[in-house]
Write a protein that binds this ligand. Structure first.
Ligand code: PEP
Length: 248
């Protein structure tokens, strides 16, 4: 039985003042018996998250990482630095990174390994664009994205989290129907099974793409949807908590 996991992706939003109120609201509403949850904040605010969330059931993490271990890479943040702030999770391969920063699946695979090497859990994002879905390429696209990661992580497959995020559903208000999402999640599970059937049973596969309090329950009731990666709705404590409680 996989435990559900709900992760907020704050993207490039927040300020010290706004974060303080959001974090306090989340901590006040989380119960120890709830599903697992985490917030992935912009890197400058990880220290603030660590201060506010230490000792609470809420974990924290980052939204990206360098594939490089350190050195002359101006502007990059190494996995060891994120571990230094006690991050539990690091999102890798978000579609905004792939689209706006030209990240290839091979680079995403290297970032995944960097996160694992530093003792954290990578949340590996995969997903198709609308044009790819319309062209009937969804299965090929997501299996190629996941396959590049699986080839590199080998036996450590059990230590990753996968997030299926159809690009056309991110920040658009359009959500995949539970059946559409489940179909892709089942394909991803089958791909994991083909590599390691035992590990595939434990890998959490999150859905992301306009998940909201009013659709979270139905999505997370699907057999292969193990939680959510939440963008817009993670910026309001009440919405994030409503999604978290839908996961219980
Ligand atoms: C995301 O960016 O990971 C995401 C799922 O965003 P939203 O919930 O706003 O669609």
């Amino acid at each position: 039985m996989r435990r559900k996991l709900v992760v907020g992706n704050w993207k490039m939003n927040g300020s010290r003042a706004a974060n303080a109120s959001l974090l306090a609201g989340i901590v006040a509403g989380v119960n120890a018996a709830d599903a697992s949850c985490a917030v992935c904040a912009p890197a400058p605010y990880l220290s603030q998250c660590q201060d506010a969330l230490s000792g609470s059931p809420v974990a924290w993490g980052a939204q990206d990482v360098s594939a490089q271990p350190g050195g002359a890479f101006t502007g990059e943040v190494a996995a060891a630095m994120l571990a230094d702030f006690a991050c539990t999770y690091v999102i890798v391969g978000h579609s905004e990174r792939r689209a706006y920063h030209g990240e290839s699946s091979e680079l995403v695979a290297k970032k995944t390994v960097a996160v694992l090497d530093a003792g954290m859990t990578p949340i590996v994002c995969v997903g198709e664009t609308l044009a790819e879905r319309d062209a009937g390429q969804t299965a090929a696209v997501v299996s190629g994205q996941l396959g590049a990661v699986l080839d590199l992580v080998g036996e450590r497959m059990a230590q990753i989290v996968v997030a299926y995020e159809p690009v056309w559903a991110i920040g658009t208000g359009k959500t995949a129907t539970p059946a559409m999402a489940q179909e892709v999640h089942a394909q991803l599970r089958a791909q994991l099974m083909a590599k390691n059937a035992v590990a595939a049973e434990t890998v959490q596969i999150l859905y992301g793409g306009s998940m909201k309090p009013d659709n979270a329950l139905e999505l997370m009731a699907q057999p292969d949807i193990d939680g959510g990666l939440i963008g817009g709705a993670a910026l309001k404590a009440a919405d994030f908590l409503a999604i978290l409680h839908a996961a219980n």
